[in-house]
Design a protein around this ligand. Structure first.
Ligand SMILES: Cc1ncc(COP(=O)(O)O)c(C=O)c1O
Length: 412
């Protein structure tokens, strides 16, 4: 039996405890949805005010040079690079995940012109499959093999015909974590390239893209990295693929000399060839402020707290919510999961709405998943216990049966 005293000790000994103060967290809310949208870092308001009032308002267009706006995709990319194990010059912060994936998929397929098979996950985040299908429209001979169809697992689908494997590092629904090293090695053994979707792992665990020999990666910055709603995505291309890198969204920012305004396109060397057009500078600067938090953080410490938080949640659910039909979805072993835990229940939607109304915010993923994210930079162990107690009360008392909790908004 885990007691509140045990939990207080975990908080007392938490090396990351002081970081919580660097975020704005509404009074009375236990926020377990930072795996979807991170909260606002305190530094963001100051940063955005400075960009608007000093740079934009005072220096106007000169800020593209003077304040380094034009170089932000690369400069922010170089700051983010160590968080995912990329080398300087291998990562750009730009556009959104879906657009970046479109570019990376095209670029990767161009590196394997004699192969026409893509391997992906049927249960992966849908945008990945939608983008793959869009890419397929301009690659008429592309066939997609999906993990999950007919019970096949990803590894068994990779053979000498496969050009690219598109895979999530952490599954958005189940929280299952893939072994990046092993899968990359297996794919390379068959001559295939791998694109990693890091949306649910970036910022919450050490990632070693270069050490694993990863080819491409995409990820978002609005979840664990706390860049804000609609914060830009990032993309990674291993430097070994920079020579002759091509992608179809050849806007002027990817031109070798954009201010020559030449009618003829010539790709910039290196990672800049993956750019397209003008970037959302305010959002990028919000991300810049959010990344400051990581200057004082070791990712293996973040990972250790993350596994302790998710383990505590799983244990408390087992001890205190038994008999209510809440089933753990995804790995039982914390080493095999990311930083969120999912429970299934046939009435998952109204249960989550009731929980939110009682001050613990998670989210719902159709058809029956209640998702709880544990972001180690600001979630305390006592928050985990308080959320489980609220869930227990809602289940014990059947509060969730109130018809008000069945009303659906667009975003779940
Ligand atoms: C795993 C995964 N990939 C891709 C996306 C889509 O990203 P975007 O809407 O920024 O294009 C998401 C969004 O939540 C995601 O969770």
């Amino acid at each position: 039996m885990i007691t509140s005293t045990d939990i207080a000790i975990l908080d007392r000994d938490d090396p990351l405890a002081a970081l919580r103060d660097r975020f704005v967290l509404p009074e009375g809310v236990i926020y377990l949805d930072g795996n979807s949208l991170g909260p606002a870092p305190r530094a963001t308001r100051e940063e955005i005010t400075a960009v608007v009032e000093e740079e934009w308002a005072q220096d106007l267009i000169a800020s593209w040079n003077k304040a380094g706006w034009f170089a932000l995709p690369q400069s922010l990319g170089d700051r983010l690079a160590p968080l995912v194990g990329a080398l300087p010059g291998e990562l750009l912060v730009c556009d959104g995940v879906s657009a970046n994936l479109f570019k990376c998929l095209h670029a990767a397929l161009a590196l394997r012109p004699d192969r026409h098979v893509l391997v992906a996950e049927e249960a992966g985040f849908p945008t990945d499959l939608y983008i793959a299908s869009g890419v397929g429209q301009s690659h008429g001979d592309l066939t997609t093999r999906l993990e999950g169809r007919g019970g096949a697992d990803l590894e068994s689908l990779i053979d000498g015909d496969v050009a690219v494997v598109l895979v999530n590092h952490v599954d958005y629904k189940t929280g299952a974590l893939r072994d990046m090293h092993a899968l990359t090695r297996l794919a390379h053994g068959k001559g295939a390239l791998v694109i990693w979707d890091l949306c649910h792992s970036a910022g919450v665990m050490p990632i070693d893209l270069a050490g694993c020999g990863a080819d491409f990666a995409v990820g978002c910055t609005y979840k664990y990295l706390n860049g804000g709603p609609g914060a830009p995505g990032f993309l990674y291309v291993a430097s070994s693929h920079h020579e002759g890198l091509t992608q179809p969204l050849t806007g002027w920012w990817s031109h070798a000399d954009p201010f020559a305004f030449s009618p003829d396109y010539q790709a910039a060397p290196g990672i800049k060839a993956m750019l397209t057009g003008t970037q959302p500078i305010l959002s990028m600067r919000a991300l810049s402020a959010a990344l400051d938090v990581y200057e004082d953080v070791e990712l293996d410490v973040v990972r250790a707290k993350s596994t302790a938080l998710t383990d505590l949640f799983v244990s408390l659910i087992r001890e205190r919510c038994d008999g209510h039909g809440l089933t753990l979805v995804g790995p039982a072993d914390a080493r095999d999961r990311g930083s969120h835990v999912s429970l299934s229940h046939p009435d998952g939607f109204p249960i989550m709405q009731a929980l939110i109304a009682h001050g613990a915010v998670g989210d719902f993923r159709a058809p029956d998943i209640l998702r709880f994210g544990f972001a180690p930079l600001y979630i305390r162990f006592c928050d985990v216990e308080a959320a489980v107690e609220k869930l227990k009360e809602i289940m014990d008392q059947g509060t969730w049966r109130d018809p008000a909790f069945t009303r659906r908004s667009v975003v779940t």
